[in-house]
Design a protein around this ligand. Sequence first.
Ligand SMILES: *[C@@H]1O[C@H](CO)[C@@H](O)[C@H](O)[C@H]1NC(C)=O
Length: 303
Amino acid sequence: MLWWIITTLVMLFYGVSVTKAVGLLKWPRGIQLFNYIDPESWKYNYPICNRYRQSPIDLNPDYFRYVVDSPALKWIGYDDVPDNITIFNNGHTLELSGFWPAPSIPFITGGPLRGEYLFTQLHFHWGEDNTVGSEHTTDGSSYPLEMHMVHWKRTYGSFNEALRHPDGLAVIGLFFEIDEDPERVAPLNMIFDHIGDVREANKKVNVMPFPLTVLDVIGRQFSFMSYMGSLTTPPCLESVIWILSNFVSPVSTSQMVELRKLRLRNNDRRNYRPIQPRNDRKIFFYLNNNGEPKKKQKCEARD
Ligand SMILES: *[C@@H]1O[C@H](CO)[C@@H](O)[C@H](O)[C@H]1NC(C)=O
């Protein structure tokens, strides 16, 4: 009997560490054991979260290096309607993924990227009120909402393999600011209208497919900031080329209220990681004035 108890305890203990290792491999579909009450403690379970190339960071213009002669960032296939779109409350965020028939998965290339990066999912980060929420900040300022479009490098063959390389992922980050014009904020409702169906953690819903270009900024040219960083959630792998749009998109107060009704694990009321040390990293500012949306620009180029 005693032996049985000891064996069971050992197996339970062992099982927990195996689950953790498997969870890492399955990211982002697996459930990760972390919360936003104390992001500083992530490093105890996920030591990479304490390394030197972490995200998010403050995008401080003092450290910008301006790039004027780079090839444009190209968006290919984002006009195409996928076979299906799934909206998922994974317990940490609202996530959208889609299924495009094999040769026509949308991808980005150009700008700071060498090769093609395939779209896999997009998700959001927000806070308790409109004064906080974005993960990256620009010259110390937060936005109420930041959207991440996650892409992986085609030549690595799979998302999980790409995670293991310093240039494996390219994430486009879009900032949102409050705008009460119902017409301007309407595109976001293609996603937010389904929040009610996935209010509880782990709920998914299939929705009527639409092309991602319904969001105004997707597929357009804009100036952006780029630096080498990491996933902003455990295990914080340092495999991300960040591309952060200088074009700020609109979201309404009522849309933010709706998003905050999503029930996250640990009763988290926010899901943004605080800014991390920049260390000696450069932030490249890509000036793309060709076809730039003529809307408000934040952190204008100096000089
Ligand atoms: C999406 O469509 C593909 C191909 O038609 C199918 O294999 C897949 O199961 C679908 N996914 C969902 C979640 O419906």
